[in-house]
Design a protein around this ligand. Structure first.
Ligand SMILES: NC(=O)c1ccc[n+]([C@@H]2O[C@H](COP(=O)([O-])OP(=O)(O)OC[C@H]3O[C@@H](n4cnc5c(N)ncnc54)[C@H](OP(=O)(O)O)[C@@H]3O)[C@@H](O)[C@H]2O)c1
Length: 319
């Protein structure tokens, strides 16, 4: 297949892009930065598309590629419903002129699992891909249902939604920001404890970035049977922030962690438990996550976070 990834330099987008390359596809990656294109894309066999995907000029650039590919994957940083819809509409306009009877082009939207979060409790709180996305808790992310509905309901394309859970691996993404960074800062400043956000029960639904990426590849490859469906990219069981923080204490030699309250809606969302088990990815594509849970693999995940931070610092000092 020919595939264009929007947001190909991102935490999820980079893993998705590399997974498509490894699977043998011809891959274009979009970024706004020429440096990223030169350093991260060219050497990894990713054909760079340098533009701001949201401007009229930028859309003219990436839609030229979108016209000729089989699949476009939107892995851009979340910018609200309007931005996501404008990207989808630019794609629809680009592929409109394909000859009648051609295979449907594929569009995969990277959403998020919070649209399903119902809280922690009994069986009523459990959810999965087959349940309506009502997000009674995380109202801040309910805008996603607008773009999800548009992608899934468009009959001229193979529209597919992937909802990653809390994603870990390499630089750590929000695990880095919310849990690892406070520990590293405590270590570097000679403190013995660090603070972290955590909910009362600590449950968190997670997925490694490479496992999530593998699901994107599989649903795009099987798009004619996956069209109109939502796929949850999550491990089959929840992890627990308590176990994650205890593992950080074990590895770093810090004495303890202390719970702190979330400071904003994003932090509140992060620690809101989502009780869900993915099954559609396995049923339709045979997808199965392989990587160790965050707490189980902490020796590796802590090291990759620390090394990513060092790399980031080195790059910044050279700029
Ligand atoms: N990370 C997670 O744990 C997680 C979990 C569930 C869902 N999600 C969702 O998955 C999607 C991707 O998340 P991510 O963490 O991979 O994102 P990310 O790394 O923060 O950003 C992805 C890419 O988007 C581009 N970008 C950032 N701001 C932009 C802007 N204002 N205009 C145009 N492009 C911009 C950047 O590329 P360039 O700078 O190279 O142009 C960036 O590398 C988001 O919708 C996010 O909410 C993330």
């Amino acid at each position: 297949m020919k595939v264009l990834i929007l947001g190909a330099s991102g935490f999820i987008g980079s893993a998705v892009t590399h997974a498509f390359v490894r699977a043998g596809h011809i891959v274009w990656g979009q970024t706004r930065s020429q440096d990223t294109a030169d350093i991260q894309f060219g050497p990894r066999e990713i054909i760079p598309v340098v533009c701001d995907p949201t401007t009229t000029e930028g859309q003219a650039t990436w839609t030229k590629i979108a016209k000729q590919v089989d699949a476009v994957v939107d892995c851009l940083a979340a910018g609200g419903a309007e931005q996501a819809l404008s990207i989808l509409n630019a794609f629809l306009a680009a592929v409109k002129g394909r000859p009648k009877g051609s295979p449907r082009p594929t569009y995969v939207y990277c959403s998020g699992h919070y649209v399903m979060a119902r809280g922690y409790g009994g069986l009523d709180e459990w959810s999965d891909e087959r349940q309506p996305a009502e997000a009674p808790i995380n109202k801040g992310t309910i805008w996603r249902t607008k773009i999800e509905g548009a992608v899934l309901g468009e009959s001229s394309i193979n529209g597919i939604v992937v909802r990653p859970a809390c994603v870990y691996g390499s630089s750590g993404s929000y695990f880095g920001d919310y849990h690892f960074k406070p520990a590293l800062e405590a270590l570097n400043s000679g403190k013995s404890e660090f603070d972290s956000i955590i909910s009362a029960n600590g449950k968190i639904l997670t997925i490694h970035q490479d496992d999530a990426a593998e699901l994107f590849v599989r649903v795009a490859e099987a798009a004619p049977v996956c069209r109109g469906q939502v796929f949850l990219a999550a491990n089959p069981s929840t992890d627990n922030i308590r176990d994650i923080l205890d593992a950080i204490v074990r590895i770093t030699g810090l004495k303890a962690w202390k719970a702190k309250a979330p400071a904003d809606a994003y932090e509140t969302a992060w620690i809101t438990p989502l009780l869900a088990r993915p099954s559609l990815g396995n049923a339709l594509t045979g997808w199965q996550p392989k990587r160790m849970a965050v707490s189980d693999g902490m020796d590796v995940y802590w090291m990759s976070f620390v090394k990513s931070e060092e790399l980031k610092k080195n790059r910044q000092s050279k700029m």
